[in-house]
Design a binder for this molecule. Structure first.
Ligand SMILES: [Zn+2]
Length: 72
């Protein structure tokens, strides 16, 4: 049994109120330090819609951008 893995990770900046990036839960590039916190799909998509350009998040599959588009 593997430990449960979050579907998404939100990477915070030095200022915790900032979001630097959104990662998929299995992203190899996501920092393993405390700067990445587990996030729900909604939280991740919300971040992508708002502060974090999807194009700056290479690990997020293109389908994530599609989901965002579907959501309006
Ligand atoms: Zn990533």
């Amino acid at each position: 049994m593997r430990p449960p893995q979050p579907e998404w990770l939100i990477q915070h900046g030095l200022n915790r109120s900032n979001i630097d990036a959104v990662h998929t839960g299995d992203c190899w590039a996501a920092p393993k330090s405390g700067r990445c916190r587990p996030a729900t799909r909604e939280q991740a998509l919300d971040a992508l819609r708002g502060q974090v350009p999807a194009s700056s998040v290479p690990c997020v599959p293109e389908r994530a951008a599609g989901v965002i588009g579907d959501g309006g």
